[in-house]
Design a protein around this ligand. Structure first.
Ligand SMILES: C[S@@+](CC[C@H](N)C(=O)[O-])C[C@H]1O[C@@H](n2cnc3c(N)ncnc32)[C@H](O)[C@@H]1O
Length: 396
């Protein structure tokens, strides 16, 4: 067998979460994933833990509760680039960890905000036993952080990687959204040379055939000697480009441990991705209509989450419209009607498709144009019908 299993440890999450004011979506790990992480902690019994990617701090609280139950002294260092919790900026990142400390007499945890993990390492120091990486998930993301942090990990340290398959949560095969390209931790997991990789069926994820969204690996001398395999993982296309200052900081830390060949590999993958990500995209003829409406007319993109409970119309039931509506339903947004000139009267997603002239009866509702090919024509037609511009949006 290639992979090893971790004995799950569920109690820490069960004990701490009911004591906290946890908002929906926190922590971002499922019960299985928290139990896997705590299982790693119980097996390693770490003295020093580094967590990168904190968000509200729900997982930070679970780690502290776990260490409390294990009853051994520890230090937990938690780093997040964002000073404010990215889903509610009235709260600081990691605020739940502070709440949890009120219930944990032996807590020894510190949160570091606003800078990359590598920029905090002078304070945090080396000899890390467990590293938890859970940040942006799209390349270069966690791969760059791992490369910079490797020198601070002990031989035998365990690295836990979350969101290995976040990209499979989306049906958007156009790969236009952030989560569609969430592959960074999986590339790291697959490319790293490690003594042991921990990976096992998640019985709660039957829709994915039990494929887990979390895994871990144990660092060894081989990991360091073969680090070029991880640098090579960066040659897949990146979704975002860190700032030039961040790239400089990452490079300065990484290049030190690379031999000549791996250093060349690193510089070339950065160059290649920088070139792609700084070149303006040339829109296709179909996308031009969208581009024109967005940039020249100022029609905004529709924020489906903000309008989750309001009734609105999706105009366009062609290829773009179908994909868009599938995506809405996947996000739990179900409050839309559909309009399409060529398909009026047909049934789609359990609703009857309206004719454009029917839109007069739904005068107050917002209309989301979901066809790149006919966007300009739809806009012109709706304007001619007297639909106010303020009610019009673009799907993407
Ligand atoms: C997926 S959330 C973390 C969820 C958390 N681990 C949990 O289980 O609840 C990702 C967090 O990573 C942070 N982040 C993104 N890039 C980062 C980076 N390079 N270094 C540190 N934090 C980063 C974001 O600000 C965000 O709060």
């Amino acid at each position: 067998m290639y992979y090893q299993s971790i004995e799950l440890y569920e109690e820490p999450r069960q004990q701490i979460l009911p004591k906290l004011n946890v908002p929906e979506g926190e922590p971002e790990m499922s019960s299985f994933e928290s139990a896997f992480l705590c299982g790693v902690l119980r097996s390693v019994r770490p003295r020093k833990i580094l967590e990168v990617g904190v968000a509200g701090g729900g997982t930070t609280a679970i780690i502290m509760q776990c260490m409390e139950l294990l009853g051994e002294p520890y230090a937990l260092h938690s780093v997040d680039l964002a000073e404010r919790f990215y889903r509610d900026d009235s709260k600081a990142s990691g605020y739940l960890a502070e709440e949890a400390k009120l219930h944990l007499p032996h807590a020894n945890q510190k949160t570091y905000l606003g800078r990359l993990a590598i920029e905090q390492m002078e304070d945090i120091g080396g000899d890390i036993d467990v590293l938890v990486l859970d940040t942006v998930h799209c390349l270069p993301g966690e791969v760059l952080d791992f490369l910079t942090l490797l020198p601070y990990l002990r031989d035998g340290a365990v690295v836990v990687l979350h969101d290995l398959v976040n990209n499979f949560r989306s049906q958007n095969r156009k790969r236009t959204r952030y989560s569609d390209a969430a592959t960074a931790t999986k590339y790291l997991f697959d490319s790293v040379v490690a003594e042991t990789k921990y990976f096992q069926e998640d019985p709660t994820a039957q829709q994915r055939g039990g494929f887990p969204n979390i895994g871990a690996f144990r660092v060894s001398q081989d990991t360091r000697e073969n680090i070029a395999t991880v640098v090579s993982a960066l040659s897949h296309t990146w979704l975002m480009l860190p700032s030039e200052e961040q790239l400089r900081i990452y490079r300065a830390a990484i290049i030190k441990m690379l031999d000549e060949e791996a250093a060349w590999l690193f510089d070339s993958v950065v160059k290649m991705n920088r070139a792609i990500l700084t070149t303006p995209m040339v829109p296709s003829k179909a996308e031009m209509g969208y581009w024109f409406l967005r940039k020249m007319v100022g029609v905004p993109a529709f924020d489906s989450r903000a309008h989750k409970d309001e009734a609105f119309i999706v105009y366009g039931a062609g290829t773009d419209g179908m994909k868009y509506m599938e995506q809405l339903l996947e996000e739990g947004v179900d409050s839309f009607q559909i309009c399409d000139k060529g398909k009026s009267g047909q049934e789609l997603f359990h609703r009857t498709i309206l004719r454009p002239q029917d839109l007069a009866c739904v005068a107050e509702k917002d209309i989301v144009i979901a066809s790149s090919k006919y966007a300009k024509e739809i806009y012109a037609e709706l304007s001619a019908q007297g639909v106010e511009k303020a009610r019009l949006y673009l799907a993407y």
